[in-house]
Design a binder for this molecule. Structure first.
Ligand SMILES: *Cc1c(COP(=O)(O)O)cnc(C)c1O
Length: 388
């Protein structure tokens, strides 16, 4: 008989979020309006960024970031294959070609040398990902991009609450994109944000997310009925966030510090409980920053242990895990897409798994994960050894 299962992740939402969403509905303004504006301002203030533009999700945020930089057919955009597939899809949305580079084994983030090796005359941008919340070492990449006159976009989908060189992530990129999907630590159901210090880019992003309109619906409403004739200045999109989502986001942003502190506490307990486990490499803060532990990815370093078998056995004991970060180049959507060898990416995607971390996880639940994981792994290694 199984004990109650332990999920991999659980969104942390309470009565405050319910009240905020209800208040937005009661206000009569539920599409993009004053709460979206307020959320954008609070988000920018949190990051220390000049401009924040709320959108429907991080995938549309990445699409708009490439679009607003004028990247299109014939252009190349360097991305890690080791990422959620939206990172690699984004260049295709604008007709550009994603070019895969390899990652660093310890941080799972783009390796600067690997990026340097795939730059060509057609490269127009690099998308660096803060994988699972782990801050990438962005300054050397930015310096490389600046020397070549290309743009650096940060896919910070998972990284709200992580820091780079003592400041919130995303400060060193031209544009950064965030996600508020329930799998991330700050959620609005669905939602995203594009962040930039460039005022002109921000103004155009605001227009592009709303059909290319010269005046937003909220601005028209604010004139109190006086007719405002809007114009459609270019081909835009409908990538808006709703005020109901923004109301939830404002509450979640207010909780962020406590949520990150709790995740770091859970990670410290994993370090304590699993640090001595042979055949594993655990995540930890890099020299240049702190992670929010959005994902706690463990690499199995002993080749005799099968990651998939470990996952199956943990599941049989009621413990949910996920395979490590996916590798986009191994998916059918990228079959036949040429790329340089990606040995570190392939090792990480095949041999790592993500352990449960959620705000309300109890010590007893975590102890069960630690004890079961250690036992299953030890069995795996012995089994394989005796089968030789
Ligand atoms: C989750 C995620 C995305 C996609 O975010 P959505 O808001 O679901 O579109 C993009 N990139 C990375 C690295 C992610 O983890």
């Amino acid at each position: 008989m199984n004990a109650v299962s332990i999920p991999i992740m659980k969104p942390f939402l309470g009565p405050e979020e319910q009240e905020a969403a209800a208040a937005a509905i009661a206000s009569g303004w539920i599409a993009q309006g004053p709460r979206v504006r307020e959320f954008e301002e609070a988000f920018a203030a949190h990051l220390g960024a000049a401009h924040s533009v709320a959108v429907s999700n991080c995938t549309t945020a990445l699409h708009l970031a490439l679009h607003v930089l004028g990247i299109g057919p014939g252009d190349e955009v360097v991305v890690p294959s080791l990422s959620f597939i939206a990172t690699a899809n984004a260049p295709r949305y604008v007709g550009a070609t994603p070019v895969f580079a390899d990652v660093d084994l310890a941080t799972q983030n783009l390796d600067v040398e690997s990026v340097g090796a795939v730059l060509t005359d057609r490269t127009r941008a690099v998308i660096v990902v803060d994988q699972g919340g782990m801050p990438a070492d962005v300054d050397p990449l930015r310096a490389m991009c600046d020397r070549r006159g290309i743009h650096l976009i940060e896919d910070a989908a998972c990284a709200i609450g992580s820091t780079y060189r003592g400041r919130p992530v995303a400060g060193a990129a031209h544009l950064a994109a965030f996600s508020f999907h329930p799998r991330k630590i700050l959620t609005t159901g669905e939602g995203g944000m594009v962040v930039t210090d460039d005022e002109q880019l921000a103004a155009r992003l605001r227009r592009l997310r709303e059909h290319g309109m010269s005046v937003s619906a909220a601005e028209r409403h604010a004139t109190g009925g006086a007719p405002v004739l809007e114009q459609y200045l270019e081909t835009g999109f409908n990538y808006r966030m709703t005020d109901i989502q923004a109301a939830v986001g404002l509450v979640q942003l207010g909780r962020l510090e406590g949520v990150v502190a709790r995740r770091r506490e859970i990670a410290a307990r994993y370090q304590e409980g699993l640090g001595e486990t042979e055949g594993t490499a655990l995540p930890s803060d890099p020299a240049w920053g702190t992670t929010n532990y959005q994902s706690y990815a463990v690499l199995l370093t002993d080749d005799s242990a099968s990651r998939d078998d470990v996952m199956v056995q943990l599941a049989a004991e009621g413990i949910s895990t996920r395979r490590g970060i996916m590798a986009s180049h191994l998916e059918p959507a990228f079959a036949g897409h040429s790329h340089v060898p990606l040995p570190v990416t392939e090792r990480l995607t095949r041999h790592s798994l993500i352990l449960p971390v959620f705000h309300e996880m109890t010590d007893a639940e975590q102890d069960r994960v630690i004890e079961t994981f250690r036992r299953v792994l030890a069995d795996q290694v012995t089994l394989t050894v005796s089968a030789r």
